[in-house]
Write a protein that binds this ligand. Sequence first.
Ligand code: FES
Length: 144
Amino acid sequence: MSEPEITLPEVDLSQPPAENIVRVTFQPEGKTVEFPFDTLPYDGHGLPMSILDVAENYHIFLDHACGGVCACTTCHIHVKAGATGLSEAEDLELDRMDTAPGLQLNSRLGCQAVIEKPGAYVVEIPSWNKNYVQEGKPAAVVKK
Ligand code: FES
């Protein structure tokens, strides 16, 4: 079942985020959300305050076949801005990403990349992840 569409509040992108505010833009959709740092309720997917947690809170689709426990690569994102405000990748995430398609220097697993400080973040959900949405087929059903 697909997530319900919700209308996100307008964010003034001509201004930097206010003090103590986290701003996350999800590309290529260009959806931007803002919230005070460390106030988001934990949605139960991925690490608290991870990019996946933010996406789930705002009903933005980011595939997470393993439920956010670093056991797949379907939450793969490319971090285009804000990387220094994210947690360092642990060995388990690095090992898991070695198996990910479309790996780049700015690749992270959305369920493991935790927002550690206020500021602006831009992440891209790779197009092959988007394709699964269009086809209504989560990556988890792809068998090797
Ligand atoms: S959801 Fe499976 S590794 Fe992130």
